[in-house]
Design a protein around this ligand. Sequence first.
Ligand SMILES: NC(=O)c1ccc[n+]([C@@H]2O[C@H](COP(=O)([O-])OP(=O)(O)OC[C@H]3O[C@@H](n4cnc5c(N)ncnc54)[C@H](OP(=O)(O)O)[C@@H]3O)[C@@H](O)[C@H]2O)c1
Length: 320
Amino acid sequence: MPTDVAAVTGATGFLGGHLCERLLEEGWDVRGLSRPTSDRNGLEGVDWYVGDVFEDETLRALVDGVDAVFHLAGVGLWSAGPETVERVNRDGTATLLSACRDSDVGRLVFTSTAGTRRTTKRFADETDFAEPIGAYQSSKAAAERLVDRYAEDDGDAVTVHPTSIFGPGDDSFTPQLLAMGLEPTMPAYLPGGLSVVGVSDVVDGLLSAYAAGTRGDHYILGGENLTYDRAAERIADHAGGSPARVPVPSTAIHAAGPVAEVVDAVADRRVFPFDRRMARLATSELFYSSQKAHEELGYEYEPLEAHLPETVAWYRSTNG
Ligand SMILES: NC(=O)c1ccc[n+]([C@@H]2O[C@H](COP(=O)([O-])OP(=O)(O)OC[C@H]3O[C@@H](n4cnc5c(N)ncnc54)[C@H](OP(=O)(O)O)[C@@H]3O)[C@@H](O)[C@H]2O)c1
């Protein structure tokens, strides 16, 4: 039987690295998109295509004849300004879709974010479209519409919406959450809460969406819904750390929103990656249901504790 071939954008990132490892373990041929400056360490066996999400020719070569395209490349407001975020997430997706349209491609699995869904009920699901807050959410929502149109026309595509991904190799959310449970120097936890999903569960979800998702459909890939104080407590219990005991007052975070707006206006550019609406969002309980992915894809997630041994070991090895 011929080997399945996958093209992965964002292959050098946190989620992309884990996905590539799994695909290689399962016997796929893996092509990865990498910028010239990307760190490709530790990903032996990937066939690299060097370029970015705006380079039409590189993308055409990357996707030509593959069974699966996993589109993970993206940027958030912590690492880039709003214009770059819009360009990479929305326009990069448009360029990739155009390459897929003109090539012989199997199914595309697009990784959006759960952040394009929100609810005033307890748990948001795929039908709870949110008014985007900030360039990250608006660019992901715009990219989703492009992918939906591609699936309606001539292409085959499915969109997944991971919640907050937790696991080794992440340099943003994971160390912040772990610090709340482990570090005596980090006495404060955030108000509100979120859905924490292990990176291996998201990789399972990506592969199930490829194999069993309905063309044009969307699936939330979430994990446990936890308040920050509960998450900090459980991390501390598991790893013998010292949980954050003092809540950061919501008012302090809400006050930081307008301050950030003023500084940005004075500096005439984005200095802080949030404004007052994002500040309010950061203190909410952003809880999600993965019921649809469970029923249609057989998606399962494990509790936080299942992901802690490997992730805490990684955190301790990188934070001395
Ligand atoms: N982490 C989460 O909690 C989370 C939750 C929901 C959704 N997501 C989505 O999942 C995807 C992967 O997230 P992640 O956490 O793995 O992010 P990450 O570690 O920051 O990786 C992002 C990847 O995108 C690549 N990239 C950025 N700009 C590019 C460009 N112009 N051309 C080509 N590649 C570019 C990066 O390449 P370099 O290595 O060169 O920087 C990297 O490989 C993203 O689309 C993100 O929005 C993440």
